[in-house]
Design a binder for this molecule. Structure first.
Ligand code: AKG
Ligand code: MN
Length: 200
């Protein structure tokens, strides 16, 4: 099957959407398996001095082990499951990037989300390639240019792959906004490459 590919950013980095990256049956199987086999966590975040729980569940996987800070906190690194490794390997093939870590997000329904941010962790280097695979419910994904405010809104469907690269993390921010319209759960896998021996 031919891949449907879309370039989303007009300038300052790339965001490439592969709409039918995984076939729908495989995506459903992957969703069920990852939902059931994961040891989900719900870390705390500080917002304006208040400590609250992140509005989603997640797991962090890093082949280099523990000891790397992610999103400002030290997170327990869990091993890659067979399913996670299989999808990671497919992303490596498409992007030619040797991903050694993954942040897996579980949005239980539309009331879970992720606010504006960029994946500009120092341990991923200045122009990281991030491969983001969506499973389950379709959610809207927005990207906004830091200077011009230009905003791109797309729907991330089950089985799609979004690859952000180049200056996309320096120059753009992105979010998965909360919505009352979605009741069903979604899992998102973001594969990243952590620089070995990076100290933070
Ligand atoms: O759920 C998504 O599509 C995006 C997740 C994300 O931006 C992240 O994990 O940094
Ligand atoms: Mn992100």
């Amino acid at each position: 099957m031919q891949l449907l590919v879309n370039q989303l950013l007009p300038f300052d980095g790339t965001a490439t959407l592969y709409e039918n990256f995984l076939d729908p049956q495989f995506a459903t199987r992957a969703f069920n398996q990852i939902r059931d086999e994961s040891d989900w966590e719900q870390p705390e975040i500080k917002i304006f001095g208040n400590t609250v729980l992140e509005p989603r569940l997640s797991t962090w996987h890093n082949e280099l082990g523990d000891g790397y800070k992610y999103s400002g906190v030290m997170r327990r690194a869990q091993p890659f499951s067979k399913m996670l490794s299989e999808i990671r390997d497919r992303c490596v093939e498409v992007t030619d990037t040797r991903f050694n870590s993954a942040l897996v997000n579980f949005y239980r329904n539309g009331q879970d989300g992720m606010g504006w941010h960029s994946d500009n962790e120092a341990c991923n280097g200045p122009e990281p390639t991030i491969a983001s695979v969506s499973l389950g419910a379709t959610r809207r994904f927005d990207m906004r240019h830091r200077k011009t405010g230009e905003t791109i809104k797309i729907q991330l469907t089950s089985g799609s792959l979004l690859v952000m690269a180049g200056k996309s993390q320096q120059c753009w921010v992105h979010q998965v906004a909360k919505t009352k319209r979605v009741q069903e759960p979604r899992i998102n896998l973001t594969f990243r490459r952590v620089i070995e021996n990076f100290e933070n």
